[in-house]
Design a protein around this ligand. Structure first.
Ligand code: GN1
Ligand code: MG
Length: 360
């Protein structure tokens, strides 16, 4: 704890940091809540940035600064109050940097958002609110003047993810390929279709916009009355197809089971959540082109497929990317994602109908 308190003191904090406790369920960064002694001073979120994944921390932090400053301006223009809880606030170091390097790890601090709750499983009412929040988030960023760079190159590029998967199969470093012929064939048989967004991008029919690129259900904070407080986890805000942001929420928020459910019978698409989220999203994302709206159900399949490929690739590589809680965790995650994908496919006609019904 002493170590973390000393790290916190490298930043421009108000008040005296007193305790530090681990926080959250992220698969990439490590987060800690720093509580200050004085009750009238804010608390803080201290994070170790996963530098293996975010190679350019300077670029990462600059992106987040631009994004949060831009959103703050939009909130002010709308006459919002309580802005410190509605967007993240980066706390600089005592020498005015956006992160601190201790010789080994990179650290950053945000204001802690008090009273925010995140959920791994939600109701249709919360999904509707989340849909509106992510639609608004994309609308706010539509006119950001600064250039927002890719913090992870090719992050949601399906062609690139398939290439990594095929390289992992060829290298077979962990000797796991021979045991999994079905999963490999399930991935390969959808590969062509799943690269549709990249093809449309090249043809110029599908635009890139500034996306969140990690719209997991637990990346929105709700207040006690079920209203959206804040969209968090801004590490991957970057240009992409809106299908990604829509799809990743459905993948996580509209799954009747867990992302890594051991019992595949639990896993499937919750149509009410899909519908509520789509309704909220379409109400606020007024900039969407017909081709983007039409492809939203494809986005749900795409991101579920992409996550299947990414978890499985990590499994084949010997579990080096995602935090794993037990041996075989990435394989279990892969199977659960594949099951969800199959259920999304079964319900394709229904999901298309729902989107059409909101788009009259
Ligand atoms: C990671 O950090 P977290 O848990 O919000 C990952 C996402 C994956 C997700 C799978 C930078 O997100 O892309 O979809 O795990 N983030 C990164 O749960 O790779
Ligand atoms: Mg997260």
């Amino acid at each position: 704890m002493e170590k973390y308190l000393n790290l916190a003191k490298k930043f421009r904090l108000e008040g005296t940091p007193e305790t530090v406790a681990p926080l959250g369920a992220g698969l990439i960064n490590d987060s800690f809540k720093v509580t200050t002694k004085e009750s009238d001073k804010p608390d803080y979120l201290l994070q170790r940035i996963n530098h293996n994944i975010f190679k350019d921390v300077e670029l990462l932090q600059n992106n987040i600064l631009h994004v949060t400053n831009h959103i703050r301006k939009k909130l002010q223009a709308k006459g919002e109050t309580d802005i410190e809880r509605k967007t993240l606030t980066i706390i600089p170091t005592t020498d005015d940097k956006l992160f601190y390097f201790d010789g080994e790890s990179y650290w950053r601090v945000y204001l802690f958002i008090s009273g925010g709750k995140s959920y791994d499983s939600i109701t249709p009412d919360l999904a509707y609110e989340a849909g509106k929040a992510f639609g608004e988030f994309q609308s706010y960023l539509a006119d950001i003047p600064e250039k927002i760079e890719e913090t992870i190159p090719n992050f949601h590029n399906m062609e690139f993810r398939l290439q990594q998967f095929r390289e992992a199969v060829a290298a077979d470093v962990a000797g796991r390929v021979a045991e999994q012929p079905e999963i490999i064939s399930e991935i390969e048989k959808r590969a062509e279709e799943m690269c549709k967004a990249e093809r449309m991008g090249r043809e110029g029919t599908l635009p890139k916009r500034i996306n969140h690129c990690d719209t997991k259900v637990n990346n929105v904070l709700f207040d006690n009355s079920g209203r959206i407080l804040c969209v968090v986890d801004l590490d991957t805000v970057m240009p992409g197809y809106v299908l990604s942001d829509f799809g990743d929420f459905i993948r996580t928020g509209a799954n009747t089971g867990a992302e890594d459910d051991a019992d595949l019978n639990n896993v499937g698409v919750n149509i009410d959540i899909f519908s509520a989220y789509a309704k909220g999203y379409l109400e606020t994302a007024k900039f969407l082109l017909p081709i983007e709206i039409e492809n939203l159900p494809f986005g749900a399949r795409l991101l579920t497929y992409m996550q299947t490929v990414r978890f499985f690739t990590d499994y084949l590589n010997g579990d080096t990317y995602y935090h794993s809680n037990f041996a075989g965790h990435n394989l279990q995650r892969t199977k659960a994602q594949l099951k969800l994908l199959q259920d999304l496919e079964k319900n394709e006609a229904k999901l298309n109908e729902i989107i059409k019904s909101f788009n009259k």
